[in-house]
Design a protein around this ligand. Structure first.
Ligand SMILES: *Cc1c(COP(=O)(O)O)cnc(C)c1O
Length: 404
C-alpha cells in the first residue's frame, strides 16, 4: 500500500495535514510545490479537446487540471470522505457550475428560500430566464419540499446552517424526499464545514464549500469546491468546470492547502470562542435575541446536536434599533472588523437589514416563509458575527464597550 492510500485510515487532523500531499520526488521538499504554470509539456499523442481526457492523463493545461490544485482536491475529498472533489475560483463558481451541470430548460429545481445571497439572486432571475423552473421553499420544513416536488424536479438545493439566519435543514430527511423523485440533493455546507457535518454520509449527492471561509480560514484567498462521487464529478469537470472556466489559481490552491493544515484546530477554537460570546450576548441588556446553533435557545438545537459535531463560529443577534446603531457600533469596535465574509481567523461583523435583504435577495411566496424569516431575524435585521481566533475575553470586552 502506498503512503497516500493509507490516508483514509487516519484521523481528521492527520488528514488535514497530510492528505493529498507527498514530498517532491526530485528535491525532497516536504511542503507541497506551488506549480505556477498554465501549460505543461504534452505527449505527442495527447488530444486537443478535453473530451478525450482520461483520468490518468498527465498535466496539459491548468484549466483542465494542475498538480497544486489536484493536491487541494485530494485533501478536501479526504476531509469530506467523498470519492473526489473539483475546485473552483470561488464558492459561487462552484455553485454556478453545479447548476449548469444538472439543469436544462424544462427542468425544475427546489432551492432554499434563504441561502447565500448571490445564489438567491441568480435563481430569482437569471436561471429562470433559461427556462429552468425554480421553486423556493423553507427547506427546514421537509413537508414544504414534499408539497412542491414535481416529476421534473432534478435538484433540491439546501444550505445548513443557512446564511445569514443560521436556520438548519435536516439533511437525512430531505435526502429521502429528493430520492423519491430521483432528484439530486446538493448541500452548501460552508457554515458547518467538514468539522461539523458530512452531508454525503447523510444521503446528499453533492457538497458545496466556499473555501474562502473556514477551510482557507485566513481571509486571503477566494476558492470553492464541489464534492461527491466520481460518476457525477468526472463528467461535471469535463462538461462545466473546464469549459465554463471558473478555475482556481494554483497560488490560491496553495494558500488554501496551507490554511487547511490547521483547520481542525481552528474549528475547535472557533466553536469554543463562539459559545462564550453567544452566552455573553444572550445576557446583555441591549441584545434582544441571539441565534447560535450551540445555544439551547436555538429553535433547532436538537437537530444541531444530531447533525453538527461542531457548532461552528457564526452567531447572529438583534439589538434594539440596530439600523440606527450600526454606525456607532462599527466605529467603536477595536478588535472586531466591520466587514463581510466569515470563517477567518479575524472576527468580522456585519449588519443585515431585513428591508434591503427582502428586496434584493430573498423573495418569499408564502406568509409562512416570511414568518420563519422573522422568527430568526426579527422585524428589523440582524448582526452577523463571525467569531475568530482572538482571545475570547478580548472579543467580549470589545463588544461590551461597543454596545454601551
Ligand atoms: C461565501 C459563501 C458562498 C460564496 O462563496 P465565494 O467564495 O464568496 O464565492 C456560498 N455559500 C455560502 C454559505 C457562503 O457563505
Amino acid at each position: 500500500m502506498s503512503k497516500l492510500e493509507t490516508i483514509n485510515s487516519y484521523g481528521f487532523s492527520t488528514k488535514a495535514i497530510h492528505a493529498g500531499e507527498s514530498p517532491d520526488p526530485i528535491t525532497g521538499a516536504s511542503s507541497p510545490n506551488l506549480v505556477m504554470s498554465t501549460t505543461f509539456i504534452a505527449d505527442t499523442d495527447a488530444g486537443f479537446s478535453v473530451e478525450g481526457m482520461e483520468d490518468d492523463n498527465s498535466w496539459i493545461y491548468t484549466r483542465w487540471g494542475n498538480p497544486t490544485i489536484h493536491q487541494l482536491e485530494e485533501k478536501l475529498a479526504a476531509l469530506e470522505e467523498s470519492e473526489t472533489a473539483v475546485a473552483f475560483s470561488s464558492g459561487m463558481g462552484a455553485i454556478t457550475a453545479l447548476l449548469f451541470h444538472l439543469l436544462k430548460a424544462g427542468d425544475h429545481a427546489i432551492i432554499s428560500d434563504v441561502a447565500y445571497a448571490a445564489l438567491s439572486e441568480i435563481t430569482n432571475e437569471m436561471i429562470p430566464q433559461l427556462g429552468i423552473e425554480i421553486t423556493k421553499v423553507n427547506t427546514s420544513d421537509p413537508e414544504a419540499i414534499k408539497e412542491v416536488l414535481k416529476p421534473t424536479t432534478k435538484l433540491v438545493y439546501i444550505e445548513t446552517p443557512c446564511n445569514p439566519l443560521l436556520r438548519l435543514t435536516d439533511i437525512t430527511a430531505v435526502a429521502d424526499i429528493a430520492r423519491s423523485v430521483g432528484a439530486k440533493l446538493a448541500v452548501d455546507s460552508t457554515f458547518a464545514s467538514p468539522a461539523a457535518t458530512k452531508p454525503l454520509q447523510l444521503g446528499a449527492d453533492f457538497v458545496i464549500h466556499s473555501l474562502t471561509k473556514y477551510l482557507g480560514g485566513h481571509g486571503d484567498a477566494l476558492g470553492g469546491a464541489i464534492l461527491g462521487n466520481k460518476n457525477d464529478l468526472t463528467p461535471l469537470r469535463k462538461k462545466t468546470a473546464i469549459r465554463l472556466g471558473g478555475s482556481l489559481s494554483p497560488f490560491n490552491a496553495w494558500l488554501i492547502l496551507r490554511g487547511i493544515a490547521t483547520f481542525p484546530i481552528r474549528m475547535r477554537v472557533h466553536q469554543e470562542n463562539a459559545l462564550k460570546i453567544a452566552t455573553f450576548l444572550e445576557q446583555h441588556p441591549k441584545v434582544k435575541r441571539v441565534i447560535y446553533p450551540g445555544l439551547p435557545s436555538h429553535p433547532q438545537h436538537e437537530l444541531a446536536k444530531k447533525q453538527m459535531k461542531n457548532f461552528s463560529g457564526i452567531i447572529t443577534f438583534q439589538v434594539e434599533n440596530g439600523k440606527e446603531q450600526v454606525k456607532e457600533i462599527a466605529e467603536k469596535l477595536k478588535v472586531i472588523h466591520y466587514a463581510v465574509s466569515l470563517g477567518h481567523h479575524r472576527s468580522l461583523i456585519f449588519y443585515m437589514n431585513n428591508k434591503d435583504l427582502l428586496q434584493t435577495s430573498f423573495h418569499f411566496s408564502t406568509p409562512q416563509q416570511l414568518d420563519s424569516w422573522k422568527q430568526f431575524a426579527g422585524e428589523e435585521g440582524i448582526f452577523r458575527l463571525s467569531i475568530g481566533l482572538e482571545d475570547a475575553d478580548d472579543l467580549i470586552s470589545d463588544l461590551k464597550q461597543a454596545l454601551q
